[in-house]
Design a protein around this ligand. Structure first.
Ligand SMILES: NC(=O)C1=CN([C@@H]2O[C@H](COP(=O)(O)OP(=O)(O)OC[C@H]3O[C@@H](n4cnc5c(N)ncnc54)[C@H](OP(=O)(O)O)[C@@H]3O)[C@@H](O)[C@H]2O)[C@@H](O)CC1
Ligand SMILES: Nc1ncnc2c1ncn2[C@@H]1O[C@H](COP(=O)(O)OP(=O)(O)O)[C@@H](O)[C@H]1O
Length: 289
């Protein structure tokens, strides 16, 4: 399948800057946004750590994590500031590091409640089979394989290219779609779309999608804490999350190559956690203009 339309908006630093907000003296932790993650599982506990770390490093007032005991212990070992009690949030992240086939009936009921609610939801990986008919403002974050499965559930056939595919999924689902890849395509139900190519190929490594979900959850929570929006508002926020994620990967890879001739340009291997840890520098560079 071909890539994207030449005329599509290519999200850039100036676009991302419009979606980021520097905290002010009037802020408190709640006005900056609370993001809740129901991610990770006994099989994939690391995904919980990656998403939580990414959310904190993007900049948010509070991160709640609700998941299995083993994953919770790992999250707290890495980020003791994480709140593990249930409570109000302005955005949910669900599905990263989970397997729909292993989901309990209790967890399915909780996720159904979240998807039927008012608060925006970022749905990834193991939650993508639950999203059809969701009432909450929703953004889904599939990779190519997950996108193909979601389109099959929606009864959609092949599309002309990745951009057309993301757009028709968004229209059929009534949700924003962030289709991951070397070029990440974002589309909304009303037909807005953008492409993000900020990330280097070093990003193709396990767990970077879990990091992206945490970044997006933090940005959505911050946006909704200031001014609740609609599903259409999730498009630019999702494009900004993908842009920051890609930029953080560039910074992390440059650091890995630092000291070698040309190494900072070519970069070096990075891990998902390296990307999360580079996020503050990516955010600071945008806010500094
Ligand atoms: N540290 C952790 O805890 C980590 C936890 N993780 C968690 O693991 C869970 C499983 O996620 P997953 O992506 O590994 O597997 P799955 O959803 O079965 O899809 C794979 C199938 O889709 C296809 N495929 C096509 N295009 C593709 C593409 N671009 N990228 C990938 N696949 C593509 C391809 O099929 P093929 O094309 O080869 O026929 C392939 O067989 C999930 O919960 C995730 O969050 C990971 O994030 C890693 C770090
Ligand atoms: N060749 C590439 N160049 C740049 N970014 C890539 C490339 N391949 C994958 N990515 C990015 O890496 C991330 C991988 O996410 P995902 O497939 O969900 O992996 P995981 O499930 O292991 O976290 C996505 O943000 C995707 O856009």
């Amino acid at each position: 399948m071909a890539g994207t339309d030449a005329w599509m908006t290519r999200w850039a630093a100036a676009d991302a800057a419009r979606c980021l907000r520097r905290p002010t003296a009037a802020d408190d932790k709640y006005s900056r946004g609370v993001v809740g993650l129901r991610t990770g599982s006994d099989a994939y506990p690391g995904a919980a750590v990656l998403g939580v770390q990414a959310a904190w490093r993007t900049g948010v007032g509070m991160v709640r994590y609700l998941g299995p005991a083993g994953a919770t212990a790992l999250v707290l070992a890495r980020r003791p500031e994480t709140v593990t009690a249930d409570g109000r949030v302005q955005a949910w992240v669900i599905g990263s590091g989970t397997d729909a086939a292993a989901r309990t009936a209790g967890e399915a009921a909780v996720l159904a409640g979240i998807l039927a609610g008012d608060m925006p939801v970022v749905a990834d990986a193991g939650a993508l089979d639950l999203v059809i008919g969701a009432a909450a403002p929703l953004v889904v974050t599939p990779h190519a394989g997950e996108h193909a499965r979601l389109r099959a559930l929606l009864g959609l056939g092949p599309a002309a290219d990745r951009a057309a595919s993301a757009r028709s999924t968004a229209a059929a689902l009534g949700a924003a779609v962030l289709l991951k890849g070397a070029e990440t395509v974002i589309a909304t139900p009303a037909g807005w779309s953008a492409v993000v190519d900020a990330g280097p190929p070093w990003l193709a490594t396990a767990g970077t999608g879990d990091v992206l979900a945490g970044v997006l959850g933090a940005l959505v929570a911050g946006r909704w804490a200031q001014r609740p929006g609609t599903v259409e508002d999730l498009g630019p926020v999702a494009a900004t999350a993908a842009w920051l994620h890609g930029r953080a990967a560039v910074l992390a890879a440059a650091q890995a190559g630092h000291g070698q001739a040309g190494g900072a340009q070519i970069g070096g291997p990075i891990t998902a956690l390296d990307v999360a840890d580079a996020l503050p520098r990516a955010v600071a560079a945008i806010l500094a203009g």
